[in-house]
Design a protein around this ligand. Sequence first.
Ligand SMILES: C[S@@+](CC[C@H](N)C(=O)[O-])C[C@H]1O[C@@H](n2cnc3c(N)ncnc32)[C@H](O)[C@@H]1O
Length: 165
Amino acid sequence: MEIRYRAIGVVHSPFDRLEGMPIQPTSEACAPGVIEVFPEFVEGLQDLEGFSHVIVLYHLHRVRGWKPKVTPFLEDRERGVFATRAPTRPNPIGLSVLELEKIEGGRLHLVKVDILDGAPVLDLKPFVPQFDVPDGARAGWFEGLRQDIRTTTSDQRFSEPSEDP
Ligand SMILES: C[S@@+](CC[C@H](N)C(=O)[O-])C[C@H]1O[C@@H](n2cnc3c(N)ncnc32)[C@H](O)[C@@H]1O
């Protein structure tokens, strides 16, 4: 089944190349950014400013292809793609929980972003700790990591075109 979505906005960030950019919003390499919401959707931003963080769902627009096993940035062994946050996925949808500084008209000013410039935004949702931080959450293989998420940055490993398996 094919599903089509339309962009509700676009990400403006200082990152125009994959090399050296942050891999998650907790990275020290993150920088301020803006989401520009298109005029027809701006009314839907009412009441969002009361939330400290927003869940941003976006199209990873520079991804080509995917593989069922990937070697994540933080590891040197393969993992199943659905057990990772790798950008190369059957549906290249990115998810970032971002701190909201302020909203001016249709512009969301974000304290730190980990998203490539120009990424089309699919949806915005408020981050609600009561819903989104489950009691007793476990982090699988991430719990054994030796690499520091805050200082690890992106390389080009996911930028090569790969065939659909
Ligand atoms: C590991 S993914 C995580 C993205 C998101 N926080 C998530 O968990 O879905 C972040 C990496 O994806 C790549 N990336 C970010 N934005 C992208 C885009 N618009 N198109 C292709 N790759 C992108 C960069 O290599 C970046 O370091």
